[in-house]
Design a protein around this ligand. Structure first.
Ligand code: GDP
Length: 282
């Protein structure tokens, strides 16, 4: 009866092939390549396999493992005494990360194209579970960098909004949550995650406003046929990630961390909180 069912459950969750895909987006220099390299290094340490090295020029797909102590959404009550932990240590949960190049003109088109392809996949093996949007929190004080980063994030979120709307009527689409990985928290000049959130929200609000204004100007003579979509729908209210979740159901979390530097104390190995976010999506 029960023990057999449990056995099958664990066998299926733990020994399942790598089929959970995450897409890593963000501007050049945010730390995406460093992050995938670190995840691979951590994974190969666990499995004694060597890992490859990457450059920021190509899009790469790496299979990595989730540390056994990180809880997963389907098994979120794993405790240290849980026998499934031992099993997980022997046969860790794997997931895949696709890194995208972040260079200027390439990045938006390639990143969004990748997002489109992965999010529309019907194959469960390539289905997209979440988007990690990485930002350099020490670089956001620069106006041009902030504008550039917010524009990219705006486009990613608008895509997910359209996807959520189109899917809601007949066939149910699964949610694709977004993690804004506020990287480089080790740097003295880094903005804390709360300030990163505020800055990005305010800048996206500005981008929304100028888009609406552009549309109004363009439609001065002609009637607008299709209503052009505004991120977060409600243009009266200032933009916030909460508004987006409320209005469209696209969830955004801003979480601090560091790929480099020594943040053992504060961030538990620097990328731990991001791994926990990944775990909750699994
Ligand atoms: P990408 O263009 O997004 O792939 O960015 P890279 O991974 O090439 O990283 C850009 C630079 O930022 C490299 O010099 C990294 O070593 C550095 N970097 C990445 N993460 C961190 C971090 O958490 N802290 C610090 N101080 N530097 C970082």
């Amino acid at each position: 009866g029960v023990p057999i069912a449990l056995h099958i459950f664990f066998f299926q969750t733990v020994a399942s092939p790598p089929s959970s895909n995450f897409l890593l987006l963000g501007p050049s220099g945010a730390g995406k390549t460093a992050f995938t390299t670190l995840l691979e290094a951590k994974s190969s340490l666990a499995s004694n396999k060597s890992h490859s090295t990457h450059t920021s020029q190509q899009s790469t797909l790496v299979t990595v493992t989730l540390p056994p102590t990180v809880p997963t959404g389907s098994n979120r009550y794993r405790s240290v005494n849980d026998p499934s932990l031992k099993e997980a240590a022997r046969n860790p949960i794997k997931y895949r990360v696709r890194d995208t190049p972040g260079h200027g003109k390439l990045r938006a088109s390639q990143g969004i194209a990748e997002l489109q392809a992965m999010s529309q996949s019907k194959d469960i093996k390539t289905r997209l579970r979440g988007v990690v949007f990485m930002v350099d929190t020490a670089a956001l004080v620069d106006e041009a960098t902030l504008r550039d980063t917010a524009t990219y994030l705006h486009d990613v979120l608008l895509f997910l909004q359209k996807r959520a709307k189109n899917g809601s009527s007949s066939k149910r689409t699964t949610d694709i949550p977004v993690l804004v990985a506020a990287n480089k928290q080790d740097l003295f000049t880094a903005l804390p995650p709360g300030a990163v959130r505020e800055k990005l929200e305010a800048e996206i609000d500005r981008i929304r406003k100028s888009k609406t204004k552009g549309l109004l100007d363009a439609s001065a003579d002609t009637e607008l046929e299709d209503e052009e979509e505004i991120l977060g729908n409600d243009e009266q209210e200032a933009f916030s990630f909460k508004l987006l979740e409320h209005e469209v159901g696209v969830k955004v979390d801003v979480v601090g961390g560091a790929v480099k530097g020594d943040l053992q104390e504060e961030f538990g190995s620097g990328v731990r909180r991001w791994e926990e976010w990944v775990g909750m999506c699994l």
